[in-house]
Write a protein that binds this ligand. Structure first.
Ligand code: PLP
Length: 395
């Protein structure tokens, strides 16, 4: 059979870099050519405890030897334990497990609509979202976010999203009508360029939701699970959402997503209204529980906050020394963005060539997302590379 040379066997939706990794150990990745890289990309905020963490490896191996999959038609012990622990450590009262961030956000949207429908508000099905947001690649998620690259050619999009400019309080207020069901927001925009929403703004959204009978939905797929130095980003505020999407760091590299909701938020989701064949399977939940074992240890999250503050303070000095390359720093804990002065892809490439992996984001930002287990020596090594690259690209 002849093949079309223009198409690769892997669908070419990614502009891939010509590096293949062979194995990982803690903060380090080793490629098939024997080069090693300090991994401050962590598969885009996924390998929350680094590579080959012994506790996670043991949890996965021991679960793999016992039971891989059973249907959600039956009780799943590891799933119930993980749900109990997420509930015990959050505002939530109930959890649904899926396999990815987009799936989690899809359910957040369904849950918000269904809540209004269930209480007789059948015309309230619109959701206010924010420019620069990213909620995944399903039809609902791309419709919520907009953005030409994501939506061109995929029409008809899902109706029911009212997007407002990021940080524009008046626009949010005027977007709320008697057709609005919910406001959905990332407490820190990830793909949009590590753009934190100030706590008082999130608190203002809570008030607005309460005033108008709306649900508040947080997308913590990237910012949640310890990354900001708290288990959840909303804990930096005095409020909580009604519904929260999680994924990425929860599995430390094993695919899992989750929606955590309070009883009100979940009240429309009755038997048979949603489901997933693989969601919450024993393997994913065994690893999720192992991730929580580590993150809930005394002092772990505090150590993330301390390492993050130290790193941000040192990064500020490096940025000030190389103003032609770096513009500014933003973020929280170990969710850090450097806004670049020159094209950010050139900075990401130079850093990689010097052995440091980072991830580009919107708004010309270079993301630094080290494993939460990163040691200060490893942070210093990364800072040294950032300084050297700053020098090299300035000259
Ligand atoms: N929501 C946020 C905030 C994200 O950062 C992402 C992924 O980057 C998603 C949702 C989608 O997650 P996934 O790629 O697992 O579907």
């Amino acid at each position: 059979m002849t093949r079309n040379a223009a198409i690769t066997t892997v669908l070419p939706v990614y502009n891939r870099i010509d590096v293949t990794f062979d194995h990982g150990d803690g903060c380090w990745l080793f490629d098939t050519e024997g080069r090693r890289y300090l991994d401050f990309g962590t598969g885009i905020a996924v390998n929350s405890l680094g590579h080959a963490h012994p506790h996670l490896v043991r949890a996965l191996q021991s679960q793999a030897a016992r039971l891989w999959h059973v249907s959600n038609l039956y009780r799943i012990g590891e799933q119930e334990r993980l749900a109990d622990r997420l509930v015990a450590n959050s505002f939530g009262e109930t959890v649904f497990f899926g396999n990815s961030g987009a799936e989690a956000m899809e359910l957040c949207i369904k849950m918000a609509r269904r809540y209004q429908w269930q209480r007789g508000e059948t015309g309230r099905n619109r959701i206010v979202t924010f420019e620069g947001c990213f909620h995944g690649r399903t039809m609902a998620s791309i419709s919520a976010a907009g953005g030409a690259k994501m939506v061109d050619g995929f029409a008809p999009l899902l109706d029911g999203f009212d997007r407002v400019p990021f940080g524009d309080h008046d626009a949010v207020r005027s977007a709320v009508t008697d057709r609005t069901a919910a406001i959905m927001i990332e407490p820190i925009q990830g793909e949009g360029g590590i753009r934190p929403v100030p706590p008082q703004c999130l608190e203002g959204l809570r008030e607005l939701c309460d005033e108008h009978g709306l649900l508040l939905v947080f997308d913590e797929v990237q910012a949640g699970i310890g990354r900001t130095g708290k288990l959840f980003a909303y804990e930096h505020t005095s409020i909580a959402p009604d519904i929260m999407g999680l994924a990425k760091g929860l599995g430390g590299g094993f695919p899992i997503g989750a929606v955590v909701a309070n009883a009100k938020g979940a009240s429309g989701m009755l038997a048979s209204t949603h489901g997933s064949t693989f969601g919450g399977n024993p393997l994913a939940c065994a690893v999720g529980n192992a991730v929580l074992d580590v993150m809930l240890e005394d002092g772990f999250l505090e150590s993330v906050a301390v390492k993050g503050s130290r790193m941000i303070a040192n990064l500020r000095k490096i940025v000030a020394n190389h103003p032609e390359v770096y513009h500014s720093i933003r973020g929280s804990g170990l969710l850090i963005g450097i806004r670049a002065e020159m094209p950010h892809i050139e900075v990401v490439t130079a850093l990689r060539e010097h052995g440091l992996l980072t991830v580009p984001a919107g708004d010309n930002v270079v993301r630094l997302l080290p494993p939460l287990t990163v040691k200060n020596e490893e942070i210093d090594h990364a800072l040294d590379i950032l300084d050297r690259v700053g020098k090299a690209l300035s000259s």
